[in-house]
Design a binder for this molecule. Structure first.
Ligand SMILES: Nc1ncnc2c1ncn2[C@@H]1O[C@H](COP(=O)(O)OP(=O)(O)OP(=O)(O)O)[C@@H](O)[C@H]1O
Ligand SMILES: [Mg+2]
Length: 304
């Protein structure tokens, strides 16, 4: 185990009748990329903003780099970088001026150039914020989070609204924080983002953490089946009795098998094909994803 840098115990927050965050506890190790994955309204932003000292919890504690956020919210804010889900910038400031402004609120500040280069905003240095594209604005908000050279970076849905290429580019930037000894806590509702980028993931639903582990362990524990799908041209076999097969479904012209032993399932299918019992093409083998884990734990899909 590494050194704990964020320690959250029983965080609790209510808005009237709604319990937004319901006794959430977790610890983040130094240097880790920690993800909170959950659907809209799960309580991700509320959790993050209580840790950041931006919202006051109704109960529980959050200790960041040894500082209890309720005792010393300013002390916490000096050590962290924050990207808000809905950052408010001034339309008629340039990218460079925006970074200067946010940096001026901080005790320490790196040169705006550094973070402009880092987020590939060089061409937009002198553009007004109002003239940035959604993706450029998103990158600016991450640049702002880095302006005080923080040891811990909190990112609230850093890639929402980006196209797949821009999203991958940002994943590279965020992954590179690891090598600098920074710790990242991010929220996302993209299962692929959580799976590819995060060392550990807390799955959140209705204000609670329903599972927390490495993506690989979450999948192995909660969704151990692999999908074996084939487009059958002719013939038929008793799919349910093939080795490893636990579930059979026909969807979009494919026979979709859930298997606990995909190697054996595929081998048996090949044998049936060789014996002339079935003819198929496009055999597809897919591991379960965090989407399947979420489905298993909540009975719902992440993306409705
Ligand atoms: N300031 C507020 N006043 C009243 N209710 C709020 C407030 N902020 C959040 N909520 C409610 O608390 C719950 C959790 O909201 P939160 O913004 O933390 O979810 P989230 O996981 O960040 O969702 P999203 O993916 O949409 O950003 C929701 O039901 C939301 O409507
Ligand atoms: Mg949110």
């Amino acid at each position: 185990m590494g050194q704990v840098i964020v320690d959250v115990q029983n965080l609790f927050k209510r808005y009237g009748a709604i319990t937004a965050v319901d006794r959430v506890s977790f610890q983040v190790d130094r240097g880790e990329i920690f993800g909170i994955l959950g659907p809209n309204g799960a309580g991700k932003t509320t959790t993050l903003e209580m840790i950041e000292g931006l919202r006051v919890p109704d109960g529980g504690t959050a200790v960041v780099d040894g500082i209890d956020v309720r005792r010393d919210p300013r002390g916490v804010r000096a050590r962290i970088g924050v990207q808000l889900q809905e950052a408010a910038f001034f339309d008629r400031l340039t990218v460079e001026e925006t970074l200067q402004l946010f940096g001026s609120y901080q005790r320490t500040m790196v040169a705006p150039e550094t973070v402009i280069d880092r987020l590939q905003l060089q061409d937009k240095r002198r553009s007004w914020v109002m003239n940035l594209s959604g993706g450029q604005r998103q990158r600016l908000s991450i640049a702002v989070a880095l302006i005080n050279d923080p040891r811990i970076v909190f990112l609230d849905e850093p890639t929402t609204g980006l196209d797949p290429q821009a999203r991958r580019n940002l994943w590279e930037v965020i992954a590179s924080f690891r090598g600098e000894g920074r710790t990242v806590v991010l929220t996302t509702h993209y299962m692929e983002e959580a799976q590819r980028l995060c060392d550990r993931v807390a799955i959140m639903d209705h204000g609670r953490i329903v599972a927390l582990d490495t993506p690989r362990t979450l999948i192995r524990t909660h969704a151990p089946r692999t999908t074996v799908a084939l487009t059958v041209l002719e013939g038929e076999v008793g799919y349910a009795s093939l080795p490893g097969v636990r579930h059979v479904e026909v969807a979009n012209g494919e026979v979709v098998l859930s298997s606990t032993d995909p190697m054996q399932t595929v081998y048996a299918l090949m044998e049936s094909s060789r014996a002339g019992q079935i003819g198929f093409h496009q055999l597809r083998v897919e591991d379960a994803t965090l989407e399947d884990v979420f489905l298993h734990l909540t009975g719902r899909r992440l993306r409705e």
